[in-house]
Design a protein around this ligand. Sequence first.
Ligand SMILES: [Zn+2]
Length: 215
Amino acid sequence: MDSGRRQFLGRCGVVLAGAAAPLALPQDMLQQGHAQPAPDGEAGAVTERGAGAGHERFMWRAIEQARKNPEWPFGAVIVHTRTGEILGSGVNTGDDSPLLHGEVVAMNDYVRRQGNQGWADTTLYTTGEPCSMCMSAMAWADLRRVVWASSIDDIRGTGVKQIDLTARQVADAAGSLYTPQLLLGGVLAKHTNRLFREAQCLRESLSGAPEATYR
Ligand SMILES: [Zn+2]
């Protein structure tokens, strides 16, 4: 282990990569394909009955995306609400463009694969509460069901600057064109909060900068 990594681990007290990764996906998630429909069309669907386990299942897939960018672990998947099929996915690629938050990358992936249609039948899962840009994009798309893990305040607490509007506030302000069916936060937040804390440690170890903008 090099001295930089040892210093980083000593300060953060976490291990970020490899077999000991604290947020390793459950085995059943690792064994699934990228876009796997629910086996019987209902068991994996995003229904309100048994919604907790269903939401967690798909949030793990968003976390799987987030882990592709350890410094900025904002990952998202877009799921067909009835069948549970994953129709789009993405992770923050803010180094390429300030627009490319995880939710927007997932929406672009959806359009590539499905066309610009069918949004009202989908649910988006994201590791962090959507910022005002992403929530606005979902309002324009009429993507009515949004589930997130860490709140904007949780994320801000890990040194990521945020525009101070909640997803609910943006949705309410879009009321003339948008009526969400589900805005739900906190799903697997215990896990994603740790992911964001680890990302903060990693960023600080790499740059020494204590804060950065949300990207
Ligand atoms: Zn965003």
